[in-house]
Design a protein around this ligand. Structure first.
Ligand code: NAD
Length: 360
């Protein structure tokens, strides 16, 4: 059945890397029978420049009617001084909340070919395969009240609210347990239940939901310990589930274990498996327009799209295999390059993955 994909390149390197992912999708159409239609939309700073909004109505409509969304990245120096309400990042946050993409899945996988690119010793990270499930539409990033107020003594006070309803915790818990069921059946829930009541409730709900998944071994860890364990012995983890802010921080930490954020995809899902797929990195304005960006994270995001929203595990595996083949050929963009490798640019990396796909 024909599926509709909204393609939102965004800003900076977003444009360059999404172009490579689209090449891969085109190849899947022509050579592997994937039935899709793609339609492009504006988001972020480029959308603001053209329409005055980082999330124009037309883009929101396009995203709502699509079966899946492929996003590059948003942001850049040019828009940093804009009012916060129209900054590029608002486009992204708007998409996440309007589409109720509450579950963020971020795998951190270390390809053996890149073990030396990690900041940790190869024996600690080699074979690493973690999935972090981050709650994405609640918690302190969205909680009200929030702001900066002036106290009676004229001192300013900043405040935010960490808030979760049971139903919000329950739905992310189900995603995490389901994810664990498809993997090694071990789930670690990360909280700060010793200090924050909100995460005391988080822990209580995780334990309650665990009764539906007797095959999954549930454990709990305080976030400070989890940060330490991620760099001490990361391979102890299979699936981790946590709140919006803790997940934001821990998933970047896990990402670095794998050598480069240019390698890591992500999926943000709603309750019906509709998802937005994007690399975990930003728009990298420092290298934008220079054919230097690594497109692999975006290409692997397409693999996640096929697996989770388009129901094609077989094609997802093909993309992942093609990426491995390219790495085995020694081809590297600058972020994962070490002496002896063959240094190539964004375009050439996209072409190499397509060639490897065709050769499968
Ligand atoms: P960034 O992820 O864009 O870049 C961090 C560093 O990693 C830079 O040195 C960059 O060159 C490098 N890098 C990132 N992706 C790469 C790739 N594919 N290949 C090679 N190198 C890569 O983070 P930042 O510099 O903190 O932010 C830049 C802009 O991106 C800001 O405007 C920020 O708000 C935005 N941002 C957007 C998203 C998103 O769209 N999801 C996420 C994070 C940051």
């Amino acid at each position: 059945m024909m599926k509709n994909i909204a393609v939102l390149p965004g800003d900076g390197i977003g444009v360059e890397i999404v172009a490579q992912a689209v090449k891969v999708l085109n190849c899947l159409q022509t050579d592997f029978g994937l039935e899709i239609e793609m339609e492009e939309g504006l988001v972020g700073g480029s959308a603001y420049d053209e329409t005055g909004s980082p999330l124009p109505e037309a883009t929101l409509t396009l995203a709502k009617k699509a079966d899946a969304i492929l996003l590059g990245a948003v942001g850049g120096y040019k828009w940093e001084s804009l009012d916060i309400a129209v900054r590029p990042e608002k486009g992204l946050l708007g998409l996440r909340s309007e589409l109720e993409l509450f579950a963020n899945l971020r795998p951190a996988i270390l390809y053996p070919q890149l073990a030396h690119a990690s900041s940790l010793k190869p024996e600690i990270v080699s074979g690493l395969d973690i999935m972090i499930v981050r709650e994405l539409t609640g918690g302190i990033y969205f909680g009200q009240p929030r702001g900066i107020r002036t106290l009676e003594n004229n001192e300013k006070q900043g405040f935010n609210t960490l808030i979760y309803k049971e139903s919000e915790i329950e739905r992310i818990a189900h995603v995490a347990f389901e994810t664990a069921m498809k993997r090694d059946k071990r789930l670690c829930s990360v909280d700060k239940a010793n200090v924050l009541e909100c995460t005391e409730l988080w822990r209580e709900v995780m334990i309650r939901v665990s009764k539906d998944y007797s095959e999954v071994e549930l454990s709990h860890m305080y976030v400070d310990n989890a940060a330490m364990q991620l760099v001490r012995a990361p391979k102890q983890f299979d699936v981790m589930v946590t709140t919006n802010m803790f997940g934001d921080i821990l998933s970047d930490c896990a990402a670095m274990l794998t050598g480069s954020i240019g390698m890591l995809p992500s999926a943000s899902m709603d309750k019906n498996q509709k998802g937005m797929y994007e690399p975990i990195h930003g728009s990298a304005p420092d290298i934008a327009g220079q054919d230097k960006a690594n497109p692999i994270a975006t290409i692997l995001s397409v693999a996640m799209m096929l697996r989770y929203s388009l129901g094609s595990e077989a094609l997802a595996i093909k993309i992942e295999k093609a990426v491995e083949d390219v790495l085995n050929q020694g081809l590297r963009t600058a972020d994962i390059y070490t002496e002896g490798d063959k240094l190539i640019g964004t375009e050439a990396m996209g072409d190499a993955v397509v060639a490897a796909l065709k050769a499968l």
